[in-house]
Design a protein around this ligand. Sequence first.
Ligand code: AMP
Ligand code: GLY
Length: 423
Amino acid sequence: MKILIVGGGGREHAIAWSVAKSPKTDKIYCAPGNGGIGEYAECVDIGAMEFDKLVAFAKEKAIDLTIIGMDDPLAGGIVDEFEKAGLKVFGPRKNAAIIEGSKAFSKDLMKKYNIPTAAYENFDDPAEALKYLESAQFPIVLKADGLALGKGVLICQTLQEAKDGVKTIMEDKKFGDAGNTMVIEEFMTGREVSVLAFVDGKTVKTMTSAQDHKRAKDGDQGLNTGGMGTFSPSPFYTPEIDDFCQKKIFQPTVDAMAKEGRPFTGILFFGLMLTENGPKVLEYNARFGDPEAQVVLPRMENDIIDVIEACLEGRLADVDLTFEDNAAVCVVLASEGYPQAYEKGIPMHGFERFKGKDGYYCFHAGTKLDGDAIVTNGGRVLGITAKGKDLKEARKNAYEATEWIEFANKYMRNDIGKAIDEA
Ligand code: AMP
Ligand code: GLY
């Protein structure tokens, strides 16, 4: 089969690695790709939002299956465009991708179908939001409704901070149109867990759990980022918690989407908080997590193409999804300064040290080829993943491998997976 992957981050590199393992795969293209995906795929210089060009490319190359990695094209309706052109594509249609694209939609869905989540109100008028805040309890959480690269969430400790937040989101439009509507939500405490699932419109099959580290600095300090590292599985996600989530969150969400006339096919990502009062949904994403994919896919035993085909043919119920009985840790190597200003174009060295090392992976995120050299090209540059028999060993291996790569403004967190020591 000829496969096209849309996106160009560490997640898409992990997807390409997984697709490359399938005996069904003959050739992989990735649009736009990055400096490392070329190891498995031919990178094509078409942007993820250039739907017409992508459709034309898929037709010209007779692509058998397109996999959409990123959120923006999904929310923008790329799947509908591919389907209209008679092309096979994996991801939710626009009317289902809204589960990630609009937080107000997802909160209303959860309320309507009794899916546990934080108490909230939606606002499209800043004056109404300010009035509501006058009698609210703090801390409180403000969320821009739309996609904002994982940065549209403000946790406000005081009324003044929250008032400033309303201005930032709804008036100054820091996150653009994503802030036309805003959710104000109860602040919850607990451990966060990411559970990703394959969905075929009616059946949901969850993958092994993972935990992200969203803040830029050690000890969960600093600004929110796209994710600085992950581990899998989460020792805090016990079989009892899983049982609750399957019955009260995962299947009810998929059923709710079908009932609403928005059947979901693709990857559904449940961002959960394990609170004192049980697991609650923090957010839904309509795609693989980044960097969750980098620890989950290397542990998956199934052929990813088989599972995707089962989703597209509505027979996911027959698939036995299995994962290795081990652990993986991914440490993101970022550019110093991320998620704010940082330099790009810095040469990198050491990639050859990953060659032939089983269980070690160097997934590229913000890199590009400059002649024969690989240079930095983004805030999150690489995801260094390693497996181990348990989380401790995986963590030790991953940190060891972070030393194999050198570049001038390399920055990472030193405490990815440290929480597992407390488990
Ligand atoms: P989200 O994009 O909705 O996942 O939010 C980003 C991050 O903000 C989450 O991973 C949490 O760490 C935090 N967060 C979001 N909503 C809440 C909430 N209601 N209570 C506490 N923390 C939250
Ligand atoms: N790592 C969180 C996300 O992909 O949204």
